[in-house]
Design a protein around this ligand. Sequence first.
Ligand SMILES: *[C@@H]1O[C@H](CO)[C@@H](O)[C@H](O)[C@H]1NC(C)=O
Ligand SMILES: *[C@@H]1O[C@H](CO)[C@@H](O)[C@H](O)[C@H]1NC(C)=O
Ligand SMILES: *[C@@H]1O[C@H](CO)[C@@H](O)[C@H](O)[C@H]1NC(C)=O
Ligand SMILES: *[C@@H]1O[C@H](CO)[C@@H](O)[C@H](O)[C@H]1NC(C)=O
Ligand SMILES: *[C@@H]1O[C@H](CO)[C@@H](O)[C@H](O)[C@H]1NC(C)=O
Ligand SMILES: *[C@@H]1O[C@H](CO)[C@@H](O)[C@H](O)[C@H]1NC(C)=O
Length: 520
Amino acid sequence: MMILMGILVWSATLETCIARKGRHWRHHHSSSSSLSDSLSTKKPKSHENNSHSHKSKPKPKPKPKTPPPKSNESSPVVSHPPQVQPQPPPPLPLQPVQESQEFNVLDFGAKGDGMTDDTKAFEAAWASACKVEASTMIIPPEYIFLIGPISFSGPYCQANIVFQLDGMIVAPTDSETWGRGLMWWIEFTKLNGITIQGNGVIDGRGTVWWQQNYPFDYPIDDEFKLIVPLNNSVQEHPPMPIRSELGERMPSIKPTALRFYGSIDVTVTGITIQNSPQCHLKFDNCVQVLVHDVNVSSPGDSPNTDGIHLQNTKDVMIHTTTLACGDDCISIQTGCSNVYVHNVNCGPGHGISIGSLGKDSTKACVSNITVRDVVMHNTMTGVRIKTWQGGEGSVKGILFSNIQLTEVQLPIVIDQFYCDHSKCQNQTSAVSVEGVTYEKIRGTYTVKPVHFACSDNFPCIDVQLSGIELTPVQQQYHMYDPFCWKTFGEINSVTVPPIDCLQIGKPARNGVHTDHDICS
Ligand SMILES: *[C@@H]1O[C@H](CO)[C@@H](O)[C@H](O)[C@H]1NC(C)=O
Ligand SMILES: *[C@@H]1O[C@H](CO)[C@@H](O)[C@H](O)[C@H]1NC(C)=O
Ligand SMILES: *[C@@H]1O[C@H](CO)[C@@H](O)[C@H](O)[C@H]1NC(C)=O
Ligand SMILES: *[C@@H]1O[C@H](CO)[C@@H](O)[C@H](O)[C@H]1NC(C)=O
Ligand SMILES: *[C@@H]1O[C@H](CO)[C@@H](O)[C@H](O)[C@H]1NC(C)=O
Ligand SMILES: *[C@@H]1O[C@H](CO)[C@@H](O)[C@H](O)[C@H]1NC(C)=O
């Protein structure tokens, strides 16, 4: 409990979010102030009937829960009535029963017809679930819930709440709901023990957002500069129409679909998150995060739609997850350490990236990251570390192991000259990169197998290569040989192609690089 309070105090001081794309975003204060009454110690009445676990306290109406008629348009949820299940026999009456308290959004007035705004019902169900330790908020299958921006927030909620998501949650596509722009759609903040599980879907319906091409809202990834078409047959995407379905413009600030902030012990499993306007799943200032058996899906050309974004988050495990999106499948930002990613499918997308770090001369610290047993298909980059000129801090203790690639443009990248506009000035300081191991990186590439561009004052050191087997597939692009600049380390087994540009050993001291580590 002391740790929890410490984290909450600490995270409250870090509320300002340094967004990866470096935009002037505002923090979204949700309207769910109704949750602040959750300190109330009033205990829900206990049910005498053990055979029935529905704890629907405020019961606006009786519930024969047959789904309402569905909107007949584009509903991916199969419509058939829920099965009537025989009641299980009641547990032995003398046994103390660990009651699990369930709060079904239907009991709080949610319609689930895909058209009625069910935000209030979700807020009410949460306000009740929040008061009960290890409660379950139920979003039942076969329904589609239209939910506006919403915050499921502590810090006064009980621990270990489960958000059982088996239905579908969809975002509003009208511009009024979003006002002048919000940074997230669904957020969970300041919770201790929160699980989202189930077979449900969170659909951001991002098409109306992606169609808009704000000139400075659409930073082109720096590495695109390396991807030069062989001839003019490869066209840029033609500009898309700039109108939402109702002919309105959406705000330029696009929301992340699902965001966790300042929470401890977070699990996300089973669900699909698709078509986010921007990033799909984000963790900020969290500790102990587990993501597995999750599916993220949006088109390869949807702008800035990262799969999973980690920032200031420690002790993270991501596994058995499929990520297809228009930006980084996984993006690991400053303040992350002890991150373990394995058995992940990535593509389309921009690969798995650490950074970009050190923008606007900021300090960035990332350490102890393992990414292994990953399959990537048709991604822009494979495994990448990107830092801006002028930052400080370090990236260290990174392992990329057993990465299988097919038709990846740039499989291995370290770029300490990251810049999302045309030219950035070189500076004397940099986020240093030290201790990066690549083992068993295999498959096919279409542009350049290896690109190590390290800074003059802070060369990359201790870069270890083994089991590199990358063969070219001729596509429409210029092909390049491996490139290294100021990159030092070791080659521990023969590489295909040969990476002769790596400088073996350590750089001579040049006085700038000190042993003082501002990250520890
Ligand atoms: C318990 O549930 C059964 C059937 O659902 C019902 O007949 C009975 O009245 C209930 N008892 C109480 C005390 O609620
Ligand atoms: C949807 O239902 C409305 C009436 O409820 C009907 O007019 C319309 O043709 C239907 N659309 C489709 C695609 O079935
Ligand atoms: C992920 O979700 C998308 C969209 O719902 C679906 O097309 C795809 O088959 C899913 N992939 C997996 C591995 O479940
Ligand atoms: C590095 O991270 C892993 C989890 O990925 C953790 O088990 C290990 O203890 C960490 N090592 C250090 C030195 O913190
Ligand atoms: C920055 O430094 C690199 C390496 O020395 C050099 O290749 C590049 O041209 C420089 N860029 C600018 C903008 O000066
Ligand atoms: C352009 O390149 C593609 C792929 O290499 C090739 O099929 C096509 O014929 C080329 N077009 C021209 C005009 O050279």
